[in-house]
Design a protein around this ligand. Structure first.
Ligand SMILES: [Ca+2]
Ligand SMILES: [Cu+2]
Length: 327
């Protein structure tokens, strides 16, 4: 039985409902996951079925995260200096409490070297998104950033929620538009209007800000998708609970095989093959961010996915939670 978002109150009565009134009912069902028209890791398109669930209307905000920190006393990953034993061979300057911050170069740079715009900045954390001298004053309704995977797991436990799988996240992001390029249809800027916070201009040195925002934007600043969800693509990347795997498993790509509630790959196979000495497992990020641009990274799409090490937080990565009905 399909449940539309309008059935929310009825479903809440029936199941006891989610722990938070600002969660929306995502009906579940079959859908075409992935894309054959973009990056290889998104292909091939394959049929997946997810059961219905509830999802946060917005990414978790600074105000919400602050409440969690105040009530739990939790300290985030980026605020704790890494233990040298966990990072054999690491340069001493990497062993500080720090997080990844984007810094816009003054002119065109070599796109092969991400160090031209990313820095591992000491003192950058969720309260100081651009480094120690910055703050989140005035950013209460912006998505929290600089959260590592463990941080978002702790938050979701505290909130009595869960993190979405990649399939759940992608189903929700599509808003019922099965097979569409974007969360709102097939055109990036219909009628010239930016439907999400991404990067217009030539990344990484020229941000034309035609959408009005250079960095993160307040949640809900852009239109919702068909399920009423805001900021699914653009603004900040969102963590999912799936271990990354580059290809699809054989059974998932077999014709006519419909995977039901797939849960991603195997932890030991999620390591970066390009860096064999580093054994940090990677989760799937979804949705792209305000740093995604047409010339460099077209990942402001539901099908886009990115492997990200669980220990690395950044100024463009946040999250949102889901709630699964108890069975
Ligand atoms: Ca923007
Ligand atoms: Cu991107």
């Amino acid at each position: 039985m399909a449940t539309s978002p309008l059935d929310t109150s009825e479903a809440a009565e029936r199941t006891g409902g989610p722990p938070d009134p600002d969660m929306l009912r995502i009906p579940g069902g079959p859908f075409r996951m992935g894309s054959d028209h973009h990056y290889p890791e998104e292909a091939p398109v394959h049929l997946v079925h997810v059961d219905g669930f509830w999802m946060d209307r917005y990414p978790v905000t600074n105000a919400q995260f602050r409440r969690f920190i105040e009530e739990s006393g939790y300290v985030t990953f980026a605020e704790i200096p890494p233990n040298a034993d966990d990072y054999p061979g690491a340069l001493p300057e990497m062993l500080h409490a720090a997080s990844m911050v984007f810094r816009k170069p003054a002119a065109r740079v070599d796109l092969r070297f991400i160090a031209n715009w990313w820095s591992f900045l000491k003192g950058a954390d969720w309260r100081h998104p651009l480094g120690p001298d910055s703050s989140i004053e005035g950013l209460d309704d912006h998505p929290v950033v600089h959260v590592a995977y463990k941080d978002v797991e702790e938050y979701s436990r505290w909130a009595r929620k869960d993190l979405p799988t990649e399939a759940e996240w992608e189903f929700a992001a599509r808003g019922g538009l099965d097979g569409a390029e974007y969360a709102w249809g097939d055109e990036l800027t219909p009628g010239g209007r930016a439907m999400a916070n991404f990067w217009q201009g030539e990344f990484p040195w020229q941000n034309l800000m035609q959408d009005g925002y250079e960095r993160t934007s307040p949640v809900g600043a852009f239109p919702s998708n068909g399920y009423g969800l805001h900021d699914m693509t653009g603004n900040v990347w969102e963590w999912t609970s799936d271990w990354y795997q580059a290809g699809r498993t054989e059974e998932r790509t077999r014709p006519c095989y419909e995977a039901r509630n797939p849960r991603g790959g195997v932890e030991q196979q999620s390591y970066d093959p390009g860096q064999p000495r580093i054994k940090i497992p990677r989760k799937v990020l979804k949705g792209g961010s305000h740093l995604c641009s047409a010339n460099y990274c077209q990942r402001y799409r539901p099908a886009a996915r990115f492997p990200h090490p669980v220990d690395t937080s950044s100024c463009h990565i946040g999250f949102r939670c889901i709630y699964r009905d108890p069975h």
